[in-house]
Design a protein around this ligand. Structure first.
Ligand code: ACM
Ligand code: ZN
Length: 493
C-alpha cells in the first residue's frame, strides 16, 4: 500500500463498510481526546475511553443517539475537529467505535476524515473455539474476542465438552472435576494429565468481556455423542457401564449416552440448569454430531426405551434425546442449537420448532433444516468455514482433515444459489469453526484463524466479490501485525 492510499479511510477499513465517502483532512487521536455520549450510550463511551486510551468529558468523540436506525446500524462522521458516531442501539454505537479503533490502529492514530453509513447483512456472525482438545487460557479467549469484535463478529460459540475433556464446572457432580476435566497424557510416563475446568469466575469474566464488545456467548454441551469424558466420570451413563476413559486420541467413538438410562437424564437436567445459570445469553448448543448407534443396538435399556416410545430404529433414539435435552434447555428459558445430524431419524419424534440447526456437513443440513422451517447457522466444512483445515493443500501446512483456502472464504456466502428465497430467509448467518485436535498452542490457533476469520467477517457483514477481498490481504496481514496475531501469509489457493 502506498502512502497516498493509506490516508483514505476507504482503503483502511475491513470489513468494507456499506457506504463510505472519503473527505479531506484527518482527526488525530491523542491522550487528551475526550469522549461524551447520549444517555443510552454511556456504557459504550466508557468502553471507548478504555479501548482508545482517551478520557470521558468533552465532545471530541461523541456517541449520539438517534431514533430509527436498524439494530446494529451506525453512522460515523470524522472531520478535522470531531468524531461523531450516531446509532439507535448500543450494538450500532459499538460498531461505530470499532471503525474508529481500526482506523487508529492501522494508521498510527490518524483518523482520515470520512462519512460512513453502515450495518451488517447477517445477524449471526460467529466463530467457534474448541477448548476441549486444547485448553485455551482466558487471556487468549479475550484476545480473540477483542479481535473478533473489531471485525464485526458478534457470536462466540464456546465448545466446552467433548471426548477429550469437559470444561464446565457442575456442582454436586465431583467426578466432573476429578475425572472428566483431565485427560491422561499417555505419551509421557510420569502420570501427567492435560486440561482443567474453567472456573465460574473465568466463565463470568469471559462473558463480561464479550458483552462489553456486544458479543453473545453460546456454550456447547455435547449430546449424545462425543461424551467419553463424561462417561469416564460417570460410567453408569453409558450403555455398557464402562470402564471408559477421557480419550487421548482423536476421532468418533462408539461410547455414547445410554438413551435408556434415566440417571443420565437426571444429570443433564441438573447440568443444563447449571449451565443456563452460568451463561446469561439466550442459547445453549446441545451438540448432536457424530453419534454412532452401535452401543444402542446392543443395549437392553436402549432397546426397552425404543419399545416404550414406539421407536422402530436406533437412529430415532437420537431425535428422542434431542427432544428431551431441548426440553431441558427450554425449561431454563433458553433456545437450543444442534449440529445438522439432529435432522436424522426424526420421523417419529420430530424436532422442537425453535431448534436452530447448524449446517456443517456441507450445505445440505442447511437446505433441509430451512425447508423444514428451522432457523439455520451455516458453517459448511466444504466451502471454507472449517479453520482447522489447512490453508493450502500442502504437507508443509499445519491443519487437519481438509483444506479451506483463502479463496474459498473470500467468496463464501451463507446463502448459496442452491437455496430458494424461503430457505435463504431462514439463514441467520454463519460461523467459522476451529477444532483443535492438532492445535498445540494459542499461536498455532492464530495461524489457522487469520486471515480467514477476517475474510469471513467481511462476507457476513457486507459480502464482496471474492477477488476484491483477496486484493486486501496485505491490509489484513497488517492488521494482524498490529494486533500481535500470527497469521498465514501464503498463497490464496
Ligand atoms: C463437527 O465438525 N463434528 C461438527
Ligand atoms: Zn443404552
Amino acid at each position: 500500500m502506498n502512502t497516498h492510499q493509506s490516508l483514505r479511510a476507504s482503503d483502511l477499513l475491513f470489513p468494507v463498510p456499506r457506504s463510505i465517502e472519503d473527505r479531506e483532512g484527518a482527526y488525530r487521536l491523542h491522550r487528551t481526546t475526550t469522549i461524551a455520549a447520549s444517555p443510552p450510550f454511556e456504557g459504550v463511551a466508557d468502553t471507548a475511553a478504555a479501548l482508545l486510551g482517551c478520557k470521558r468529558g468533552g465532545e471530541d468523540i461523541l456517541f449520539k443517539y438517534t431514533e430509527g436506525l436498524d439494530d446494529e446500524e451506525y453512522r460515523l462522521s470524522i472531520s478535522k475537529v470531531q468524531v461523531v458516531i450516531t446509532a439507535t442501539t448500543k450494538r450500532g454505537a459499538f460498531h461505530g467505535l470499532s471503525a474508529v479503533r481500526k482506523l487508529a490502529l492501522i494508521n498510527d492514530a490518524i483518523l482520515p476524515a470520512c462519512k460512513i453509513s453502515d450495518k451488517p447483512t447477517f445477524i449471526w456472525r460467529g466463530f467457534m473455539l474448541d477448548c476441549c482438545r486444547h485448553f485455551f487460557s482466558v487471556d487468549f479467549i479475550k484476545k480473540l474476542l477483542d479481535v473478533a469484535s473489531l471485525f464485526g463478529l458478534n457470536r462466540f460459540h464456546w465448545h466446552l465438552t467433548d471426548d477429550q475433556g469437559w470444561r464446565i464446572p457442575i456442582d454436586g457432580w465431583p467426578n466432573i472435576q476429578e475425572v472428566a476435566s483431565r485427560r491422561t497424557e499417555l505419551q509421557y510416563t510420569d502420570g501427567r494429565t492435560y486440561g482443567r475446568l474453567y472456573t465460574k469466575e473465568e466463565i463470568a469474566e469471559v462473558q463480561a468481556y464479550a458483552h462489553d464488545r456486544q458479543i453473545i456467548v453460546i456454550p456447547e454441551v455435547e449430546t449424545p455423542g462425543h461424551v467419553s469424558a463424561l462417561l469416564a466420570a460417570y460410567p453408569e451413563f453409558g450403555c455398557t457401564g464402562g470402564p471408559y476413559e477421557v480419550q487421548d486420541r482423536w476421532g468418533i467413538f462408539n461410547e455414547v449416552l445410554c438413551a435408556g438410562n434415566d440417571a443420565m437424564l437426571t444429570f443433564f437436567e441438573d447440568a443444563i440448569a447449571q449451565v443456563a445459570t452460568l451463561f446469561s445469553d439466550p442459547y445453549i448448543h446441545i451438540g448432536g454430531d457424530e453419534c454412532p448407534q452401535d452401543a444402542w443396538e446392543q443395549c437392553p435399556k436402549c432397546q426397552a426405551r425404543m419399545k416404550n416410545e414406539g421407536l422402530t430404529e436406533e437412529r430415532q433414539l437420537q431425535s428422542w434425546l434431542t427432544s428431551r435435552i431441548s426440553a431441558m434447555v427450554h425449561a431454563n428459558g433458553k433456545q437450543p442449537i444442534g449440529w445438522d445430524e439432529v435432522l436424522d431419524g426424526t420421523e417419529a419424534m420430530g424436532l422442537p420448532d425453535d431448534l436452530i440447526v447448524q449446517s456443517w456437513q456441507g450445505i445440505r443440513g442447511g437446505l433441509e433444516a430451512s425447508r423444514r422451517g428451522h432457523q439455520v447457522i451455516m458453517s459448511p466444512n466444504t466451502v471454507g468455514c472449517y479453520f482447522d483445515y489447512r490453508h493450502l493443500d500442502s504437507e508443509e501446512e499445519m491443519g487437519n482433515l481438509g483444506v479451506s483456502t483463502l479463496t474459498q472464504v473470500a467468496s463464501f456466502t451463507p446463502t448459496p444459489p442452491e437455496m430458494d428465497e424461503k430457505a435463504k430467509g431462514m439463514v441467520l448467518g454463519a460461523q467459522g469453526n476451529l477444532w483443535t485436535e492438532r492445535v498445540l498452542s494459542a499461536r498455532q490457533a492464530e495461524y489457522l484463524l487469520f486471515p480467514r476469520l477476517q475474510l469471513l467477517a467481511q462476507q457476513l457483514w457486507n459480502p464482496q466479490d471474492g477477488d476484491d477481498n483477496l486484493k486486501r490481504l496485505d491490509l489484513l496481514v497488517q492488521y494482524c501485525e498490529k494486533l500481535d496475531l500470527h497469521c498465514y501469509r501464503g498463497a490464496a489457493k
